[in-house]
Design a protein around this ligand. Structure first.
Ligand code: CP
Ligand code: NVA
Length: 315
């Protein structure tokens, strides 16, 4: 039986390979049960608080619905509606919310905010995306990869575009599960240096090669999985013109890029996507695109994560 060793999940760095596998195994089980219509009220009597400093479609709805499906309740807390907006500290907010809730999910700008929240909350805290990390997305991506490729070790993944929050955690997720990952990013838009270092050292243990390049074609060559994300993450809207000029056309995932990858390569994107920017419509809307399954899997992995963090299930 496995439960998670850390109280919080703020990045994939907080999870061991074994813990990632446990989450994916439980997620797959909950997914099968949900498809069969079997109710699992594992979170009966539990309440999740969801703090959002940034907008969200998938994260908000999948956490809220996932909690309901497990018999629990979810409270949506827009950061602009609670006293945080009037200067109450994150520390005091964390202590107060810990008196009412059983778990907190927070989507923030500054990663330090979710770290502070976790430090001062007595209950588990999940990062629902910060400027630096997006662990829930990567768990969904790994489940999707496993479903399609029936394995993880030995696969090769190409990332094209911005070395952003999703890219940072994907490097760690791939390294920990034995997937080789090459991220092709323009100069100045590389993933965090300390993350690359950590991913490389984790990769040595699993046999995953982790590399950063400026060459999208080299990254895409013979890849099993091609992944991208928006060129303009939330909070970077002021840089839109510079970013588009830097990224286009070189870092766009087009059918020419997909032709360099393996014949059965899949295309992934965390969404929301801008067709004609980071990916062409003919790729994201093609048969090799698994973006909807990826979005659905957010629900299943987060249900598993909630159960394990609140210790109502073990694998
Ligand atoms: N992929 C993702 O996190 O989507 P939202 O921003 O809609 O939550
Ligand atoms: N990198 C994107 C991911 C959105 C889910 C952002 O931070 O806006």
């Amino acid at each position: 039986k496995t439960s998670l060793s850390k109280k919080d999940v703020l990045s994939i760095a907080d999870l061991s390979t074994q813990e990632i596998n446990s989450i994916l195994t439980l997620a797959a089980k909950l997914k099968r049960e949900q498809k069969r219509g079997k109710a699992r009220p594992l979170l009966r009597g539990k309440t999740l608080g969801m703090i959002f400093q940034k907008p969200s479609t998938r994260t908000r709805v999948s956490f809220e619905v996932g909690t309901y499906q497990l018999g629990g309740d979810a409270v949506y807390l827009s950061a602009s509606d609670i006293q945080l907006s009037r200067g109450e500290t994150i520390q005091d907010t964390a202590k107060t919310l810990s008196l009412y809730l059983d778990c907190i999910m927070a989507r923030v700008y500054d990663h330090k905010d979710v770290q502070t929240l976790a430090e001062y909350a007595s209950i588990p805290v999940i990062n629902g995306l910060s400027d630096e990390f997006h662990p829930c997305q990567i768990l969904a991506d790994l489940l999707t990869i496993q479903e399609h490729k029936k394995k993880m070790k030995g696969l090769s993944l190409a990332w094209l575009g911005d070395g952003d929050n999703v890219c940072n955690d994907l490097l760690l997720g791939c390294a920990k599960t034995g997937i080789s990952m090459t991220a092709a990013c323009p100069k100045g838009y590389e993933p965090l240096e300390e993350v690359v270092k950590l991913a490389k050292s984790e990769g040595i243990k699993t046999g995953a090669d982790i590399a950063i390049t400026e060459d999208p074609a080299a990254a895409a060559k013979d890849a099993d999985i091609v992944v991208t994300d928006t060129f303009v993450s939330i909070g970077k809207e002021g840089e839109r013109a510079t970013r588009e000029a830097t990224f286009l056309p070189k870092y766009q995932v087009s059918s020419d890029i997909m032709k360099l990858a393996k014949k059965d390569a899949i295309f992934m994107h965390c969404l929301p996507a801008k067709r004609g920017m980071e990916v062409t419509a003919d790729v994201i809307d093609s048969r090799s695109s698994v973006v909807w399954q990826e979005a659905e899997n957010r629900l299943h992995v987060q249900k598993a994560l909630l159960c394990l963090l609140m210790k109502v299930a073990a694998v």
